[in-house]
Each structure stands twice: as C-alpha cells, then as structure tokens.
Design a protein. Structure first.
Length: 161
C-alpha cells in the first residue's frame, strides 16, 4: 500500500541555495561581533593601563627617582603600545591630559591646593584636591567587510605617587 512518489530531483540543491547564504551571513556576523567586542576590550585595557601608568609616574616619582615626569609619548611607549598587539598602529590615536596649574601647565603632583571661598564665612581658603590623569585611546578598526569602525575608551585615574 505504499504510494509511489515522484522523484524530487534538485530539491536539496534549491533548499541549500536558500539556506546556506543566510547561515553564512549569520556566522560571519557572529564572528565580526566577537572581534568587535575583543577590540573594544583591548582598547579599554590599554586606556586603563595607560592612566594607571601615568598616575604613578608624575613629578613626585620623578623627584624621588631623579628622572623626568611622564610625557604623553612616555605613556604611549610604556603603557599603550605594549597592549596594542594585533592593532594597526596607524589607526591608533591617544590623548593624555593632567589637571592644570593656574598658569595652564600640567600639574603632575598627586595633590594640588585650590582656593575655595567658604560660603558661610566668605573667607578664601586653600583646599587640597587630588589630581587626575585622563587617557583616551581610540582605534579605527577596519572590519574589511563593513568599513572602518572607531573604537574608543577613556580612563581617568587619581594620581597616587
């Protein structure tokens, strides 16, 4: 009592022609998303390490070790570049900023004294504030398929040395 079925030649080929491109694009999207998350984590780690390194290589460190305080190029050389494995350096930019003194020069001391007016008495008094260093690392990631995507991370650290 088996019914005789017609041969369906080419059915598998037609189904594969519809399913495989969708499957391929889904797989490619998952891989690119994973690479994007990896690049972001790499940039975020580099900015955290750079701000940490800059925060402990300020002017007090320089005085105690008879050297100069960290410059943005020092921060790049010692903290950003070692964590940029696999990145194209021409797509990597960074900025390093410290709090500034009254004359506009970077203040790399751990603590600065700012003049604050007491709202109750109206007297001007010096108040100690912690200095910070801010590092922003931006990487322009060339995905190859979807063009270039900028990946950026900013880290602010209190100067502790």
């Amino acid at each position: 009592m088996l019914l005789k079925r017609k041969a369906r030649s080419g059915t598998v080929l037609a189904e594969a022609a519809l399913v495989y491109p969708v499957l391929f694009l889904l797989l490619l999207g998952i891989i690119l998303l994973g690479l994007g998350v990896f690049r972001y984590q790499q940039v975020a780690h580099a900015s955290r390490e750079a701000s940490r390194w800059a925060s402990v290589h300020g002017s007090q460190y320089a005085r105690e070790n008879s050297t100069t305080a960290a410059t943005p190029q020092d921060v790049y050389t010692n903290a950003i570049a070692p964590h940029a494995a696999g990145m194209q350096t021409e797509g990597l930019t960074y900025s390093v900023t410290w709090n500034t003194n009254a004359d506009g020069t970077p203040d790399k001391n751990p603590i600065r004294v700012v003049q604050v007016v007491d709202p109750v008495t109206g007297l001007v008094q010096g108040v100690a504030r912690s200095n910070t260093v801010t590092v922003t690392v931006t990487y322009t990631w060339n995905t190859g398929l979807f063009g270039s995507l900028p990946v950026s991370s900013t880290s602010v650290n209190t100067i502790s040395y």
